[in-house]
Design a protein around this ligand. Structure first.
Ligand code: CUA
Length: 165
């Protein structure tokens, strides 16, 4: 009788363990605990950027005292504005001592937007808006690079931010 009870106990324990594994695996594969991209962010139509309130109006916009928004399209194989490669010279120009919020999206494939010499470095995903704020306190040039392989012209996908006095 005692032995039977122990057997039942072990059976129940084994069942609970199996259920536990299934729950863990299901939880993991559904990805509830893993969010590489914040799903709460607004998504946009990458094929209709010109109709979007922000990306229909590319470039630098002053939003306050020393505060600027820059709306940027990263596409194969340029930044608009910002490009300094492939025969295009279209720098992003902002004054020194400014706080600049960069909004970047892509109409085609995944790129990245990295401001060399700062910690601004983000993936740019079609249908999503990448946002980063950088303080530019020094009048100088900053390079922009695409760090995400995006096709044959990837290595030439470069840009420049000119911080002017
Ligand atoms: Cu765009 Cu690499």
């Amino acid at each position: 009788m005692n032995i039977h009870n122990y057997e039942k106990l072990w059976l129940i324990a084994a069942m609970l363990l199996i259920i536990g594994f299934i729950v863990t695996i299901t939880y993991g594969s559904v990805g509830l605990g893993i969010a590489m991209i914040d799903d709460s962010e607004e998504t946009i139509d990458p094929n209709a950027l010109e109709d979007h309130e922000r990306f229909g109006d590319l470039g630098v916009h002053q939003t306050g005292d020393g505060e600027y928004d820059v709306n940027i399209r990263a596409y194969q194989f340029n930044f608009e504005p910002g490009s300094s490669a492939l025969g295009v010279h279209d720098p992003i120009v902002v004054p020194e001592n400014s706080e600049v919020t960069l909004y970047v999206t892509s109409p085609d494939v995944i790129h990245s937007f990295s401001v060399v010499g700062t910690n601004a470095n983000t993936m740019v995903v079609p249908g999503e808006i990448s946002v980063m704020t950088v303080e530019f306190n020094e009048a100088r040039e900053y390079g922009i690079l695409c760090n995400e392989y995006c096709g044959s012209g990837h290595h030439g996908m470069e840009g420049v931010i000119e911080v002017v006095p």
